[in-house]
Design a binder for this molecule. Structure first.
Ligand code: ADP
Length: 484
């Protein structure tokens, strides 16, 4: 089939600018599509970190002020491992230190409507006949609210097919109605079936309304966000557009997360060399000050400490862990009350429960390798990465049945053991009691070494590479062109 020309527009890209899953996807998916022979180029703001990484970016085009409220800008070209980057250079909007969305006090930057209005407007422009580039785009692929206004421009002015991907529906980019003319949208767009959303201009709603196709980062999350409880107000629109909506599970970086060649580990191991995982458990116990030995199962957590991640459920029951009996290793940071709760928990149970507050990439790898069972009782999880890292590291995850967790973790029972899909533990509901019962069940299965090894090997066999997801995105692009 004919190679596709796709503009991938995003507000962050790992390793330069990353606040969440979108940053990883923006790095991995375009690279995988490029490897498959397609012409993918990534549009990003020229943030300080990109100025440092690509100081000699080549001038491609000047972009005049596209509307009353948008400043002129320049488009620069650079290349990251063969992947073309289009850098949107507008120093007054993007050359600022710190988080790409928040100011030093943790508040939204005051001019985010203009900053990401410009990014969206330029994404649309590159898919239109008057694009300053000599490049005919088949699909404009936008991500989260920061680029989601592009499909509205393409709708009202004409242009390429478009796709919007939702990485987290909780963030929607809502601004005052005065932004409509300032960003250059027609008055006719101020409608319930336009860009208007409860008296505001919503970038994400605009994308969901007008994109040729919609995707999110797991099949279960695609269903969940059509439900009021998960949809943050956008469920009715998503139900209306359900035939254009699908979930595509993210891949993981299988080179970075590879227990057979992970420089952070005490001993490398693989599905057919699982005994070596034991040495990583001992090393982790020493590193974190836990009693050394393999007579108890070791549970672990690596997470932002927030309600979303369900770690308040764990705190509620965690004083029982030594009686299971089991051990617990926690690495996390976030909510201050939760941080204090975990710190006090570890102080009450020295040798059995260890907690490290902070962000530590190397320790995250050693925990994945050294623990027996990974706890991820999230209340919602659009995709989730850690459960996939755990499966790859022979560390069965214990999860709530939500979003990407439901799509990757298969509860162990006789049937799932027989058909070789069992790879972890799924809580029967979202209560602390359910977490406790499921941890008890995990301890029982852990005692049966042969059953446990089957769980580990089932998880380690699964393919989490981006190649699978890239194929699904190609189909999404083709469907977007057909629907356009
Ligand atoms: P989310 O993006 O919602 O935080 P994910 O599971 O999708 O959750 O991704 C979290 C990523 O951040 C994983 O790569 C995880 O290992 C990493 N991570 C989270 N907290 C820490 C921490 N304290 N130290 C090191 N890595 C962490």
């Amino acid at each position: 089939m004919k190679p596709l020309a796709v503009l991938f527009a995003a507000s962050e890209m790992a390793p330069w600018v990353k606040t969440g899953g979108l940053g990883d996807v923006a790095a991995a998916l375009p690279a995988a599509l490029r490897r498959a022979g397609h012409d993918i180029r990534v549009l990003l703001p020229y943030y300080p970190a990109l100025r440092v990484a690509f100081p000699a970016a080549q001038m491609l085009a000047t972009i005049p002020a596209l509307s009353a409220g948008l400043p002129p800008a320049r488009l620069l070209a650079a290349e990251a491992d063969g992947l073309p980057l289009l850098l949107l250079d507008c120093p007054e909007l993007f050359d600022r230190p710190g988080n790409p969305y928040l100011d030093a006090h943790g508040h939204d930057q005051a001019d985010n409507a203009v900053r990401f209005g410009l990014l969206s407007r330029v994404a649309a422009l590159l898919g239109q006949a008057n694009s300053p580039l000599d490049w005919q785009v088949d699909v404009v692929h936008v991500n989260d609210w920061q680029t989601a206004l592009a499909p509205a421009f393409l709708h009202y002015e004409g242009g390429a097919a478009s796709v919007v991907t939702v990485h987290n529906i909780a963030f929607q980019g809502c601004f005052g109605p005065e932004m409509l003319p300032r960003l250059g949208l027609p008055a006719a767009a101020w409608r319930f079936d336009g860009v208007e959303y409860h008296g505001q201009l919503s970038f994400l709603k605009a994308g969901l309304q007008f994109a040729s196709q919609i995707s999110t980062v797991s099949p279960t999350y695609a269903r969940e966000i059509q439900d009021e409880h998960f949809g943050y107000g956008l469920a009715p629109l998503l139900r209306h557009r359900r035939h254009a909506l699908r979930g595509i599970l993210n891949g993981i970086d299988t080179a970075l997360w590879n227990p057979a060649a992970d420089p952070a580990l005490a001993e490398p191991y693989a599905a057919n060399r699982l005994a070596a995982k034991r040495g990583n458990k001992a090393a982790l116990q020493r590193e974190m000050g836990l009693a050394e030995g393999n007579d108890l199962p070791l549970f672990g957590v690596i997470s932002r400490l927030t309600e979303q991640k369900g770690l308040d459920l764990l705190l509620t029951i965690a004083d029982g862990i030594p009686h299971l009996p089991a051990q617990l290793a926690v690495l996390g940071s976030g909510d201050k009350a939760m941080e204090a709760g975990f710190k006090a928990l570890a102080e009450r149970h020295p040798g059995r429960i260890a907690v490290r507050l902070g962000f530590d990439e190397g320790l995250a790898h050693r925990i994945e390798a050294g623990i027996d069972c990974f706890l991820m009782p999230s209340r919602f999880e659009p995709c989730g990465l850690n459960q996939m890292y755990s499966l790859r590291y022979g560390t069965p995850p214990l999860v709530q049945a939500t979003g990407g967790l439901a799509d990757t973790v298969v509860d162990v029972n006789d049937a799932s053991l027989a058909d070789k899909t069992a790879n972890g533990f799924v809580m029967p509901d979202g209560s602390p009691h359910a977490l406790w019962l499921t941890m008890e069940r995990a301890c029982t299965v852990w005692q049966d070494k042969r059953r446990w090894q089957r769980l580990q090997q089932n998880g380690m066999r699964r393919d989490f590479s981006w190649t699978l997801a890239a194929n699904d995105y190609l189909q999404l692009y083709r469907d977007a062109i057909a629907a356009h």
